[in-house]
Design a protein around this ligand. Structure first.
Ligand SMILES: [Zn+2]
Length: 394
């Protein structure tokens, strides 16, 4: 067993980190760990933190490893966000922690999971620390890509880039975790695992979600089928309404799941059973877990994440059309295998140029959404642009 066990398809990055761990004298103290969403960049950072604290280079079994992986190590602080941005006060607190000597391990490790979700003003608080970290301090900053981070931060870090895991790597992982013998009920079948891996396109978290929530695979398919049936601009407006409604529902479900988990963890940490009444001394703290304002911000962020995923689904459809037009199905494969016939039909209706315009329209929608555009307007405009051109037959 080792701390690297839970990572999928990251042998190269892990080999680089092991080399670093074998020669700790040259250890860089500021790291930028880059990987596409879902590639496991924050898990890799956490595993690296454990290996740094571990006296045996990351065996995954000693008290240091266990504490880091469980999130209870006093010298490893993780700053992550379930809302849209990282606020400046949390970063200031983290910087203050970085000056303290480690208590239990060899290093004081500060991990920020989405350093790209930081305003420039907030980033400035970090600059000096990342440039010249205190002795015994290590910064692990995670982001989707080096380009998504301000150059001032990027240039001060050693950059490590994760690979996008391949479909077979992802489906093997899913089968180990949810397949026969895993204890997951009902066990995931081979074909479900392959489908989940294909649809998730290298996103481990999403693949797990598809593997365990089949209704999400269904709603994804329904959205794309409706998209394929678009004829008029008025259809586009109706579909935008549908998409926003589904996104709200799915976001609410995931926020509720997370809130339930927080409450369970709180009970467990305080030695309380599921049905036990909360003692008055813990009540204030317990209510703090799910403040209305926080939940509302979480919901906003979760809805944006779902909408971003739908944009990926939509672009995967036009990607497939492009693959058919290029005659490259055998080499590149289709993401939307179950919609093959409709994809082939669409490939005959659109020119190559029109397919590229549609992929561009999806990226424009993504930019507008990230720039706080109204989801309703963004999706109405996008779907209207996706209506196939009307060409009267002669
Ligand atoms: Zn260990």
């Amino acid at each position: 067993m080792s701390v690297w066990d839970s990572l999928v398809g990251q042998d190269k990055a892990i080999a680089q980190l092991k080399e670093v761990l074998a020669a700790p004298k040259d250890l860089a103290q500021s790291w930028l760990i880059c990987g596409a969403p879902g590639s496991g960049r924050s898990n890799l950072a956490l595993a690296f933190a454990a290996a740094l604290e571990c006296p045996n280079g990351g065996d995954g079994t000693c008290p240091q490893c266990k504490a880091v992986l469980a999130g209870t190590h006093p010298d490893v602080s993780v700053l992550s966000t379930t809302t849209v941005g990282i606020d400046i006060d949390s970063v200031r607190r983290l910087v203050a922690t970085s000056e303290q000597m480690p208590q239990m391990g060899r290093w004081r490790i500060l991990l920020i999971t989405d350093v790209d979700r930081m305003a420039e003003r907030t980033t400035n608080v970090l600059l000096k620390e990342v440039e010249e970290p205190a002795a015994n301090t290590i910064w692990l900053l995670c982001a989707p890509s080096a380009q998504s981070v301000l150059p001032t931060i990027r240039s001060r870090c050693r950059v490590l880039t994760l690979a996008v895991p391949t479909n077979p790597q992802v489906s093997d992982f899913l089968l180990k975790k949810y397949g026969k013998g895993s204890g997951f009920e009902p066990p995931l079948t081979d074909s479900q695992a392959h489908q989940a891996a294909r649809l998730a396109q290298g996103h481990i978290g999403l693949a797990s979600l598809y593997a365990t929530h089949h209704e999400m695979v269904t709603s994804r398919r329904e959205i794309l089928e409706k998209l394929l049936r678009l004829v008029r601009a008025s259809d586009a407006v109706l579909l935008a309404d549908d998409i926003l409604k589904i996104a709200d529902d799915q976001a609410q479900q995931s926020v509720e799941e997370r809130a339930r988990r927080r409450q369970q963890d709180f009970r467990r940490d305080n030695g309380l059973g599921a049905d036990e009444t909360m003692p008055p001394r813990l009540l204030a703290q317990y209510r703090q877990l799910d403040k209305k304002a926080d939940l509302k911000r979480e919901q906003t962020r979760a809805t944006r994440d779902v909408l971003d995923r739908f944009l990926n689904d939509i672009s995967s459809l036009y990607r497939d059309v492009g693959v058919v037009q290029a005659g490259a199905i055998d080499q590149a494969g289709l993401v939307n295998l179950s919609l093959r016939d409709q994809v082939v039909a669409l490939s005959l209706k659109l020119s190559g140029r029109e397919v590229i315009d549609r992929l561009d329209a999806v990226e424009t929608a993504r930019r507008r959404l990230n720039g706080n555009g109204s989801p309703q307007l963004v999706f109405e405009a996008l779907l209207t642009a996706l209506v196939p051109p009307f060409r009267p037959k002669n």
